[in-house]
Design a protein around this ligand. Structure first.
Ligand code: ADP
Ligand code: MG
Ligand code: MG
Length: 361
């Protein structure tokens, strides 16, 4: 039987896989999914919910992104992974676990090539803008009213994550404390080795101060672990006519095969540092006043954190946040931003460097 076009997948000599979804492929795959047509082997499809009727047409999403998302028929988003991995991917399980949680883009299907996840198919949220747009607008205008919604959204996500489901019957785990210190030290070392020039010199001079901020991670004590989002920054929070929604449950792109169960503080730390990054973006792209923007960052961070803590308390889950982890995780995250910039997006380096230079001025 002739198949309509599906992506071209190639296996390299080292076993790595690459995927290319050329023009028209997304539209064709979505049509097959909607019609229930069998995918061409070795593709397989796991359906999570029936697809709606999808009109013809496709257009690529063009914002900064790690993968390659394409909108089909203004109804469905297919996120193709250009470098699919055979390692277990967190998204299918966490999306199934969060089935009743309203503030995500509804998942429809998961596509595999052999055992590698190659695409996630979700509902398109019309008219949405991600936080690198909407939150930068708020910063440029000096408004922080969004912060109560943002903090509450993160708390609701964590409370939903902490509720048992068939996928995760024991969603809150309390193992002996994992080696957070070694993971953070690894990130610092990698950031030091990947960052060159003046920025690299500055980092090397401040490595001692950065290590001192990471030191509390070596302390003993258990902390509850949940299946965190793993890459929770404002760019993953879409503002659309239905409110806010969280997308992109791929985990942190700088941590290979990260353990998905982590302290809630990791997501909150990343979300808060992303407000610092919004400040950097706003000064650079909107020529905003640096002092006024720094004041906005302080307020936005503090209001987001308060709303998060209140949201957790209202859900009866204040136990999920171990505050002692927040600052060290923020510092680790800034190292990860430098790693991400070095590996994927060199022009991003100014943002984490601006934040670090501000913190350790
Ligand atoms: P990546 O892993 O490549 O970062 P994301 O899942 O974050 O992929 O999607 C990339 C971008 O596509 C988002 O920042 C957002 O702008 C847009 N996007 C993602 N999902 C949706 C959706 N369901 N509806 C509308 N836009 C979306
Ligand atoms: Mg991602
Ligand atoms: Mg993303």
């Amino acid at each position: 039987m002739e198949h309509s076009p599906w992506p071209v997948v190639e296996r390299g000599p080292d076993g790595t896989i690459t995927l290319a979804a050329g023009a028209g492929v997304t539209e064709s795959v979505v049509r097959d999914l909607a019609n229930g047509a069998a995918p061409p082997p070795p593709f397989t499809v796991r359906t999570l919910a029936p697809l709606p009727a999808v009109p013809p047409g496709e257009r690529a999403i063009t914002v900064d992104q790690t993968n390659h998302s394409v909108i089909a028929g203004e109804a469905v988003v297919v996120k193709w992974f250009p470098a699919p991995s055979r390692a277990p991917h967190p998204a299918p399980a966490v999306l199934a676990h969060l089935a009743g949680f309203a503030s995500v883009a509804a998942p429809y299907a998961v596509i595999f090539w052999e055992d590698a996840l190659v695409a996630l198919v979700t509902a398109y949220l019309p008219g949405s803008r991600d936080g690198w747009e909407w939150c930068v607008d708020e910063a440029a205008a000096g408004r922080t009213g969004f912060a109560s919604d943002l903090g509450r959204l993160a708390a609701e996500l964590h409370a939903a994550t902490a509720a048992p489901s068939a996928t995760f019957p024991d969603p809150v785990r309390l193992p002996p404390r994992p080696d957070f210190a070694a993971r953070a030290e690894g990130a610092l070392r990698e950031a030091l080795s990947l960052t060159d020039g003046d920025d690299g010199d500055w980092l090397a001079r401040h490595a001692g101060e950065l290590r001192a901020e990471l030191a509390p991670l070596a302390g003993a004590g258990r902390t509850p672990l949940i299946h965190i989002h793993g890459d929770l920054h404002v760019g993953q929070v879409l503002q659309w006519r239905g409110g806010y929604a969280v997308v992109d449950f791929d985990g942190n792109p700088t941590v290979a095969e990260a353990e998905a169960f982590q302290p809630a503080a990791r997501d909150l730390a990343q979300l808060l540092t992303s407000l610092d990054h919004v400040g950097q973006v706003t000064v650079l792209r909107r020529s905003a006043d640096p002092a006024a923007t720094a004041a906005w960052v302080r307020s936005a961070r503090s209001e987001t954190r308060t709303a998060y803590e209140n949201g957790l308390a209202d859900a009866g889950r204040a136990d999920l946040l171990d505050r002692s982890l927040l600052r060290p995780f923020e510092v680790e995250q800034e190292c990860r931003e430098l790693i991400y910039a070095a590996r994927h997006l060199p022009r991003w380096r100014y943002a984490p460097m601006g934040v670090l230079r501000g913190w350790f001025a």
